[in-house]
Ligand binder design. Structure first.
Ligand code: ATP
Length: 325
């Protein structure tokens, strides 16, 4: 559905050159729900704007929804939906009118545009709102309307730029359901940007992590997290037993970074759940009682930290501090 090779974009602003995207390779298959994750200023929106024909790449090639980006931008535009950040419904228009207008802009007849508006309204929980002014909608309803407008021509591929930015947790969870349904019920390929770790983790089949205009990691959320040094296992025992417990931990297959602190023994292992059984058997055989046991799985932030030496949250902070006023 998307293939991109060496996609790059440099901006020149106030005599200064900014390499926003520095050679991105992407492959997205039909029916995938892919997340493009990175801190503010990483190059997510610029990549999306290139893939949706809104800006031209400085270098690289891409095929999007079966059409060559440079050779057939109109074909790309017909085949995709794009829901931009803070996307575009007119505040003083009525919801129903806005949907119908969008359908007409895509060349649908009046009756067909109206029918399509009703159908999308039902799909995105907007039924009963068609006479409401856009500006009176809640944040969640507004985002669902933006998505409905992006789907009016029934694209097989939809790009969502920060779809849940600024929504409260309940509206975000609700929107995730709708985004999942796009793929699960309608087979739509979804490519979305986010800088929310939990969103990428909960929603996406596959994640591409971008930083400073380059893709630094790619995989399923589980595979990415497994790349990090693994789960952290912590076991507490009676203080006198700590040296023996540490010895038993060292014998757990694939255990690394075994350390002790107070009454706790900690180590890393690829699969914490499996290691736990092994560890408990060893402790039991040695007659050592445990007072607590914990397994911490790595987060996507740990992945980013391992790859870049910075936390995603810190990176966001750093970028935010550099945004000119
Ligand atoms: N039109 C432009 N002119 C100059 N620089 C730009 C322009 N658009 C983007 N940039 C710069 O390119 C870099 C990447 O920006 P981009 O908007 O793609 O990041 P992003 O990952 O989408 O961030 P956010 O999460 O904040 O939307 C930033 O340094 C940004 O300031």
């Amino acid at each position: 559905m998307i293939t991109a090779r060496g996609l790059a974009r440099t901006f020149t602003a106030r005599g200064r050159s900014v390499e926003a995207v520095r050679g991105v390779d992407l492959d997205v298959a039909a029916g995938e729900l892919v997340g493009f994750l990175g801190p503010n200023g990483a190059g997510k929106t610029t990549t999306l704007r290139m893939l949706t024909t809104l800006i031209r790449p400085t270098a690289g090639t891409a095929t999007v929804a079966g059409h060559d980006l440079a050779g057939d931008p109109l074909g790309v535009r017909r085949g995709i939906g794009y829901v931009a950040q803070g996307a575009g419904a007119t505040p003083n228009a009525k919801v129903g009118e806005e949907m119908e207008l969008q359908g007409r802009l895509y060349g649908l007849g009046k009756a067909e545009a109206r029918r399509r508006g009703v159908e999308l309204g039902e799909r995105l929980d907007l039924s009963g709102l068609s006479d409401r002014l856009v500006k009176t909608l809640s944040g969640g309803q507004r985002r669902r309307l933006d998505i409905a407008l992006g789907l009016v021509h029934d694209p097989k591929l939809v790009f969502l730029d920060e779809p849940t930015a600024a929504l409260d947790p309940q509206s975000r969870a609700n929107l995730w359901e709708h985004i999942r349904a796009l793929r699960d019920t309608h087979g739509t390929t979804v490519f979305l940007t986010t800088h929310y770790l939990d969103e990428a983790d909960a929603l996406c089949d596959r994640i591409l992590v971008i930083d400073h205009g380059r893709i630094v990691a790619e995989g399923t959320p589980a595979a990415l997290k497994a790349q990090v040094s693994g789960d952290l296992v912590a076991v507490s025992v009676v203080a006198d037993d700590v040296p023996r417990a540490a010895e038993i931990a060292r014998r757990v297959p694939q255990a690394t970074e075994v350390s002790t602190e107070g009454d706790a023994v900690r180590f890393r292992v690829p699969r914490g759940d499996q290691a736990l059984a092994e560890l408990l058997r060893g402790l039991d055989a040695a007659g050592i009682a445990t007072t607590s046991l914990q397994v911490h799985s790595p987060t996507l932030d740990d992945v980013f930290l391992t790859l870049t030496g910075r936390s995603l949250r810190d990176a966001d902070q750093t970028e935010a501090e550099h945004v000119p006023a």
